[in-house]
Design a protein. Structure first.
Length: 140
C-alpha cells in the first residue's frame, strides 16, 4: 500500500500539489536555515547537488530531536494541516485532518519532510535513518 492510500484510510485528506517540491524546499530552507550564510550552507551541502536539507541537523547547525525522541515529538505534535514533500522529487502534498499522521506512516519513505503550513515545526525521515535521523525541530 502506498503512502497516499494509507493516509486516506486514516481519514487524512490528501491533496496532490504537483511541482511544488522546489517551492517547499526553498521555503523550508528559508524558515529553518535562515541563520546560516550562503558559505555555511554550501559547507554542509545544504540543498545543493548531492546535498540534503536535513544536513542542517546532521551537521549540528540547528537544535533538534533525533531518533526515538524525534518520532515521539512528531507523534505528539498537534497536526491540523501539513505539507509533505521530498528532497529529490517535485512530488508534494497538502495533508488536512492530519492528526492521525504518525512517524510509523513514513517508515517506507526516504528523505521526506513534513511541516505544518506555517513552517513552525518539521519532521524529517532520511535515507540514512538509524545513522542520521529521523529529526524533529522547531523554527525558533
Amino acid at each position: 500500500m502506498d503512502l497516499v492510500d494509507l493516509l486516506r484510510m486514516k481519514k487524512v485528506r490528501v491533496t496532490d500539489i504537483p511541482k511544488w517540491g522546489t517551492y517547499l524546499r526553498n521555503q523550508w530552507e528559508h524558515h529553518f536555515a535562515n541563520h546560516l550564510s550562503d558559505d555555511e550552507k554550501r559547507s554542509i551541502y545544504l540543498n545543493v547537488a548531492h546535498g540534503y536539507l536535513w544536513h542542517l541537523f546532521s551537521y549540528g547547525k540547528k537544535a533538534c530531536l533525533e531518533g526515538d525522541s524525534a518520532e515521539k515529538a512528531f507523534n505528539e505534535e498537534p497536526k491540523k494541516a501539513c505539507f509533505l514533500f521530498y528532497q529529490n522529487s517535485d512530488d508534494a502534498f497538502i495533508l488536512e485532518n492530519s492528526s492521525m499522521l504518525t512517524a510509523d506512516d513514513l517508515l517506507n519513505e526516504m528523505d521526506v519532510y513534513v511541516v505544518d503550513k506555517e513552517f513552525t515545526w518539521t519532521y524529517v525521515r532520511t535515507h540514512e535513518t538509524g545513522w542520521c535521523g529521523p529529526y524533529f525541530s522547531r523554527k525558533s
